[in-house]
Design a protein around this ligand. Sequence first.
Ligand code: 2AM
Ligand code: CA
Ligand code: CA
Ligand code: CA
Length: 268
Amino acid sequence: MNHEMLEEIYTNAKKWVEEAGENIRSKINNPLTIDTKSNPNDLVTTMDKETELFFVSKIKGTYPNHSIIGEEGYGDELTNLDGTVWIIDPIDGTMNFVHQKRNFAISIGIFHDGVGEIGFVYDVMNDVLYHAKRNQGAYKNDTKLEPLNKEVVLEKAIVGMNHFWLCNNLTVEVGTMQKFVKHVRGTRTYGSAALDFAYLAEGITNGYLSLGLAPWDVAGGMVIAGEVGVVTTNVDGTPLDMLNKSTVVASNQALHYQIIQFIKEGRK
Ligand code: 2AM
Ligand code: CA
Ligand code: CA
Ligand code: CA
C-alpha cells in the first residue's frame, strides 16, 4: 500500500473511531437491549451492533473494494486476507460495557495482504486512543510509547490472564498453570483483550495470555503492541491465524520465550 493511501485510510479510520466513541459516550446511560450469544455470559447489545454497522457503512461508502471482518457479522465472509481488510471489534469488553459502563474499547486493525498496517484501540470512557502505523511507532494519544527493551524475568512480571487457564481445558495442564500464576509477580484480568494489548504496549503489564481469541479481539492491539516489540503467537509459539480463533501469548521477545517454555514443559 502506498504512503498517501495509508495516511488517508489512517486519518479516516481515526475520525470514525472518535465519532463512534463519542456516540457510545453520549448514549452510555440509555436503556440497552442485551442478548446472549454462545452462552449466558457471552453478551451482545444494540450498541455493539450499531457501532459495527456505523463502521461498515463508512468503510463500504468510502472504500467499496476493502473487506471487513467484524464480530457482529455485518462484514464479509472471508477465506483469505488479500487486499485491504478492516478487522473490527465494535465493543471489546461487552461485559464491562454492560456491567461497569467503562473498561471497554473499540478495536480496529487494518491489514493489507495479510500484514497489519494500522491499529487502533480506543478506551472510550477515558477518551484514550492507542494507535500505530507499521514501522512508525505506537502512540497513546499524542505520546509516543517507548520500546519494551528492558529485561523482564517471569518472577517480576505482571501477566494479564483470566481464570479459565485454571479450569480444565483442552490446551494446557491446569497444574502447570497453577505453578505459573504462583511463579509470576502478579496477574490481572481486565476483561478486554484490546485493552490488555494496549497496557502491554504501554509497559504497565508484561505479558498477556488468552485461551480463545478471535481475529477482531487481537487485530488492533497486535499492530500497536508490535511497534514497541511485543511478539504475539499461539500458546505453542506458532503464528496466529487471522481468519480463525487462537490461543494467544503476547509479551516482549525475552519474556515470550520464557512463557512458552514454561507452558511447554507441562503441555498436554
Ligand atoms: P468481547 O467483549 O468483544 O466479546 C474477555 O472476555 C475478553 O475475551 C474480551 O476481549 C472479549 O471480547 C473476549 N471474548 C472472546 N470470546 C468471548 C466469549 N465467548 N465470551 C466472552 N468474552 C469473549
Ligand atoms: Ca462478544
Ligand atoms: Ca472482543
Ligand atoms: Ca466485541
